[in-house]
Design a protein around this ligand. Sequence first.
Ligand SMILES: Cc1cc2nc3c(=O)[nH]c(=O)nc-3n(C[C@H](O)[C@H](O)[C@H](O)COP(=O)(O)O)c2cc1C
Length: 191
Amino acid sequence: MSKQIWKPGALLSPLPPILVTCGTMEQPNVLTVAWTGIINTQPAMTYISVRPERYSYPMIRSSGEFVLNLTTANLVRAADYCGVRTGAKTNKFNDCKITPAPASTVCAPILQESPMNLECKVTQIIELGSHHMFLAEIQAIQVDESLLDEKGALNLQRANLAAYAHGSYFELGKKIGTFGYSVKKKKKRTK
Ligand SMILES: Cc1cc2nc3c(=O)[nH]c(=O)nc-3n(C[C@H](O)[C@H](O)[C@H](O)COP(=O)(O)O)c2cc1C
């Protein structure tokens, strides 16, 4: 490999193009966020980095609540739309024919059409620069039962999740390994 040295940039890929719902059931909004991730296991914690000029920003800041809704391939068009139109000017739920529904632990709504919804409460706000980072504890997760196998285990492959990489959306493809498979002992053949 022959490498060039580039100036710093936000080029980490792939990222999840998450549909973030905020506000209340009466006055909901939804925006797309790719600057997000898991930052702690116990307690389960996440973050979203949001520009203060977003319409959603004061809603999240004042309520201290939001929901991360995983984006499936079927929801990618909505995720793109919710990332280029503002709730200040239009009702993105009506425009995309998507539905806010009650969360179990927060006043912010979940997105009904997303099969997995992570309900979050903000614990800290870090003003980084262009974006302010909302650190949050995940309070509860709603999972569509169609993602569970007969033993009740989560089978996330069934969700057809989307990824975002350098300006393009992708549908996750074939499984190429599982956690720890690189060190797993191969089963001896009996014959
Ligand atoms: C794929 C994608 C990822 C985005 N990621 C972020 C992000 O991480 N943080 C952010 O502040 N805006 C992000 N945006 C832009 C906002 O979603 C966009 O400005 C949106 O219109 C804000 O909606 P609102 O004004 O209703 O809050 C992203 C947009 C797209 C399409």
